[in-house]
Design a protein around this ligand. Structure first.
Ligand code: ATP
Length: 581
């Protein structure tokens, strides 16, 4: 990606802040102009003082110089504040935009990047992009205008001296260009190492218990330290480029000042310049040099920002998992819905996971999907809530292909309880109500009762008001599972797809949850994915995912009365075989 590509790509996200940047730029330009005129006035003040004319004229000129300095300082203050406010707001908006997009990506893409890497892209990378398209651009504009103003003023004082300064500008630009290539390479290495550290720290902390249990803390530590070493190398490389550039520029500045001083003295001796004029001239060039260096530095920082732009653009170019057709519909939610698969085929790569899979999951029935680990059950659950679309065949909701519906509408009909339970920072009630933010207290309690969670919640120190930390570590695995189940129940959609709802539960609790699921299935369509023989035995239908196909193992016709109490030893042999695989 070139600087131009990056600017073109992200400018539309910044463009609606142009007025704020413009206002900041106006303040800063006024400040720069006040500075330039101030130096001019200073030369008069000095010449007057040296020629000791009237003290009154001297005082008036000195007051004008002071006033200009004050105007410069005040406008600089407001300009800087405005610029900072605009750039922070742009970063905030860019982050909102990126986060909204990343939320639309398939969960498997989140996993493939790693959370640490994604977090990094939401933080420092966005700041760099703002610099490229907002504050950096504004700084470049002001530095360029100031340079033009200072050079013009220098020309008025002495064109011979000003020519030397003008010649220095393209030389500095060429030097900064040669450093920019190295800076891009260094930044790429630094960003990659930084992301690796983020991923390693996140994984190390998220899997801390496993690391301790397996005595692998030193391995986790070595992993973070290894990436830290890469980062250090990249930072040293980056600093070498930055500091090297700074040193070359300093030598250049000294050379330039020396040449200008020699020329200035020569001009005074020739009678072409006054002492005040030389002071003003060196003042102009004293301001000019940092402005030129700022332009050259911007060239370097822009090279770093391009790397960040590449990293963010990479995420924004990923296809979202919830793209709707142009004429997608949002059918109204009916209390009873049938979910059907017709000849569904799906695979992550060339290998199929599902082939010609067909199934009807009807209201009033509890359907269990069983099958060996890795056979594709969770993948199928993801298709039902349109994380992805089948490559062949279709999934129908009351006869409507879910491809033709908006993804949001599909999820208004179908609730998925994922295999991994998520507990958010907040109270128990907040966690359950996450499914339906406007839910009343009694609805939250009813959902908890249905998930057999009410008793243990009431036993917590503050009951439903007990605050859980982000990972819900204050709760046992089974308790977290039931809170997640209550959350799914609270959504009150006609179809529930529950991935391993009884995993981690003791026999008595699992039995109560199974009972709760049977009650739910009375007026809902419930599909449970399970390895739990008790749950499969309690289901009206049992379907096995076997050899990429869905095979009916048991239908309501064969279900024993009171199937909820069916024991594993009386469940059909093939159910037992598939559950124990
Ligand atoms: N994002 C992915 N990319 C490629 N392959 C994947 C991806 N996610 C899952 N798989 C593979 O697809 C297969 C099915 O995975 P899935 O999680 O659907 O199985 P499952 O039947 O639910 O397993 P389990 O019963 O152990 O939960 C596995 O071989 C898995 O490695």
């Amino acid at each position: 990606m070139t600087v131009r590509d990056a600017a073109r790509r992200f400018a539309p996200l910044v463009v609606h802040h142009r007025r704020r940047y413009a206002l900041a730029a106006i303040f800063l330009v006024v400040s720069a102009v006040a500075e330039i005129i101030g130096i001019f006035v200073l030369s008069d003040v000095l010449d007057m003082a040296l020629s000791s004319d009237s003290w009154q004229t001297f005082a008036a000129t000195a007051a004008a110089w002071l006033a200009l300095t004050l105007v410069g300082a005040v406008t600089d203050y407001f300009g800087q504040l405005r610029a900072i406010a605009a750039s922070e707001d742009v970063v905030r908006n860019l982050r909102n935009h990126l986060f909204a997009w990343v939320q639309r990506l398939h969960p498997r893409l989140h996993r493939s990047y790693g959370l640490g890497d994604l977090v990094n892209r939401h933080l420092s990378d966005l700041e760099a992009i703002e610099h490229l398209t907002g504050s950096g651009l504004m700084q470049l504009l002001i530095a360029t205008l100031s340079t033009v103003g200072l050079v013009t003023a220098a020309f008025i004082m002495s064109w011979q001296v000003a020519v030397v300064a003008v010649i220095a500008i393209p030389v500095m630009w060429l030097i900064s260009r040669s450093f920019a290539t190295a800076q891009t390479r260094a930044t790429r290495l630094e960003r990659a190492a930084n992301s690796n550290i983020g991923v390693a720290v996140h994984e190390g902390l998220a899997g801390h218990e496993t690391a301790v249990a397996y005595n692998q803390q030193s391995c986790e530590h070595a992993r973070v330290a290894g990436f830290g070493q890469d980062w250090l190398r990249a930072r040293i490389f980056q600093s070498r480029v930055e500091v090297g550039f700074g040193s070359v520029m300093s030598v250049g500045q000294v050379l330039l000042t020396l040449i200008i001083a020699v020329m200035g003295v020569w001009q005074i001796r020739q009678g072409h310049l006054s002492v005040g004029g030389l002071v003003a001239l060196t003042g102009y060039l004293g301001y000019l040099y940092p402005k030129m260096q700022e332009i050259a530095d911007l060239r370097l920082s822009v090279s770093s920002a391009v790397v960040s732009a590449e990293r963010v653009a990479e995420l924004l170019d990923l296809p979202p998992s919830d793209t709707d057709q142009a004429d997608a519909i949002s059918p109204s939610v009916s209390p009873h819905s049938t979910l059907s698969l017709r000849g569904v085929g799906y695979g992550y790569g060339p290998e199929s996971l599902l082939d010609n899979a067909s199934l009807d999951v009807r209201p009033g029935e509890l359907t269990a999907l069983v099958g060996p680990s890795g056979s594709g059950k969770s993948t199928l659950a993801g298709l039902l809530v349109r994380f992805d679309t089948p490559q062949r065949g279709s999934i129908l909701l009351d006869g409507t292909d879910i491809r033709t519906m908006t993804a949001a509408s599909v999820r208004e009909h179908v609730t998925l309880l994922p295999q991994q339970t998520t507990i958010k920072a907040g109270t128990v009630a907040d966690n359950i109500a996450y499914a339906q933010p406007g839910a009343t207290e009694s609805q939250v309690v009813a959902a908890a009762v249905a998930a057999d969670a009410d008793d243990f919640i009431r036993a917590l120190p503050l009951g439903y008001a007990t605050v859980l930390d982000e990972e819900g570590l204050a709760l046992s695995g089974g308790q977290r599972q039931r809170i997640a189940l209550a959350r799914a129940i609270l959504r009150d959609t006609p179809i529930l797809v529950l991935d391993e709802p009884t995993s981690g539960l003791d026999t008595a609790t699992a039995a109560r949850v199974v009972e709760a699921l049977r009650r739910l299935a009375v007026d809902r369509t419930v599909l449970v994915i399970t390895h739990d023989p008790r749950l499969a035995a309690a289901a009206d239908n049992v379907v096995e995912l076997r050899g990429r196909r869905l095979v009916h193992v048991r239908t309501p016709r064969h279900a024993a009365p009171g199937s909820m109490r069916m024991r594993l030893d009386v469940a059909p042999r093939h159910v037992v075989r598939s559950l124990t695989t």
